[in-house]
Design a binder for this molecule. Structure first.
Ligand SMILES: Nc1ncnc2c1ncn2[C@@H]1O[C@H](COP(=O)(O)OP(=O)(O)OP(=O)(O)O)[C@@H](O)[C@H]1O
Length: 239
């Protein structure tokens, strides 16, 4: 798997949201896109998903230009976007073509994997925010994605749920070697999860720095190493 962006520029009505972005995401890598509000993180992620094709430059998946959404590239948003009239189970299997027993077994395996056993028959309104995001993650995983794009998926959750779901992402990455690209404005989240942090400047959004995080996993959130990198990032962002 490779996901590559060359000289990517996206304008909205004459306003340049992101400019001249070059980025190559490697197979199995966890990349965080970090920057202040409005710097263009979500815009960049949408172009990687194939949802937005109205840009200058190129976005390639496995060396072929991306021409629209693909099954291999899943996307998870800040809100779960579950269909309210379907149960957890029905939401998770919604995108699957067949409903054979083997497929249902697979759906149930992922329900268990994300920690939703016993919640299959609930409707979204009966779920907490964390459970809803677990369901959204399972819905993506059943399609066997090579890449997961995550747009601030945990920013509406309480702190402790957020930490649990960060660990779930790392577990998924370790087990399935899923490539992850996550938008966040939470530096601690990026430091805990990322192999590389792409720091974006604002107006227009451009790559200001790319920082390799070499600390081995399982990381300690408060470690000296990570705190040192945090200082560097705050300096880069002029905070
Ligand atoms: N569909 C759109 N139409 C017009 N302007 C847009 C559109 N989408 C994004 N923008 C503008 O592009 C810029 C970048 O927005 P974007 O949402 O990508 O930033 P962001 O870094 O993800 O912000 P946040 O962290 O607040 O979610 C902003 O100025 C925003 O107003």
């Amino acid at each position: 798997m490779s996901l590559t962006v060359d000289r990517l520029t996206r304008t909205f009505n004459g306003m340049t949201a992101i400019k001249d972005i070059d980025l190559k995401v490697q197979n199995g890598e966890f990349v965080c896109l970090l920057g202040k509000g409005g710097c263009g993180k979500s815009t960049l992620l949408r172009t990687l998903s194939g949802l937005d094709l109205d840009y200058e430059g190129t976005v390639s998946y496995n060396a072929t230009p991306l021409t629209g959404v693909r099954e291999e590239i899943g996307i998870i948003f800040q809100e779960s976007r579950l269909l309210p009239w379907l149960t957890v189970l029905e939401n998770i299997r919604f995108g699957l073509k067949d409903h054979e027993q083997e497929t249902l077994n697979r759906v149930n395996r992922f329900i268990e994997y994300v920690g939703l056993t016993g919640k299959e028959k609930l409707y979204p309104k009966a779920l907490s925010g964390g459970m809803s995001q677990r369901a959204a993650i399972a819905r993506s995983l059943v399609c066997d994605p090579e890449v997961l794009l995550l747009d601030e998926p945990f920013s509406a959750l309480d702190h402790f749920t957020k930490l649990e779901l960060q660990d779930l992402l790392l577990k998924i990455q370790a087990k399935y070697n899923t490539t992850m690209v996550m938008v966040t404005h939470d530096i601690d989240e990026a430091l805990y999860l990322a192999d590389r942090i792409v720091v974006l400047s604002s107006q227009p959004g451009m790559i200001k720095d790319i920082i390799d995080i070499n600390s081995p996993r399982q990381r300690t959130r408060t470690s000296q190493d990570l705190q040192q990198v945090k200082k560097e990032i705050l300096t880069i962002l002029h905070v």
